[in-house]
Design a protein around this ligand. Sequence first.
Ligand code: PNS
Length: 183
Amino acid sequence: MVKKKKGEDQDMGKVAIYPGSFDPITYGHIDVVERALEIFDKVIIAIAEDVEKRPLFSVEERLQMVKTIFKETPNIIADSFKGLLVDYVAKTNAKVILRGLRATSDFEYEFHMASMNRSLNTYLDTLFMMTSKDYFFVSSRTIKEVARLGGGVEGLVPDLVARRLKEKFKLPVTKKKQMGWDD
Ligand code: PNS
């Protein structure tokens, strides 16, 4: 495992890696990444290719959505990675992994993941940011379920994501009209 020394890359600005499935990205994620820019000079949104869950969107589709959403924000970069997160982070000049925490129920999973990553590379820290109260109930999983069953997800995901979900689930025209998704 590649281990960087403390003090290395210090003149390159503070960079955080924000890893996840982002299947799809929600305003909950966006809230975390935008607030992180108050602390870091650059945040890299890193979409994991090797996850156990079967994704709805391909890596290319997720990457395209994230890139489009942040096209006006040069210090938010979208990327994808294969294999272990710690190996990906070691190739960048970041030493912080950023994760959002919605509720105490997230904690155990996050604690295990952060501890495992720390044991794989002691140079790395995981920083948790509490999700804003407006989005604490928002997850990619529930967004997909609501969209699949014809519910509205406006205000919880960017319009682009809502359109992509609509295309994926190919809702009947009448339902789209009802939901105000008729372009
Ligand atoms: O959005 P998610 O699905 O909660 O993100 C989980 C993710 C992608 C951050 C995690 O599964 C991950 O880092 N996967 C890459 C492979 C890896 O390093 N696994 C060991 C972490 S314990």
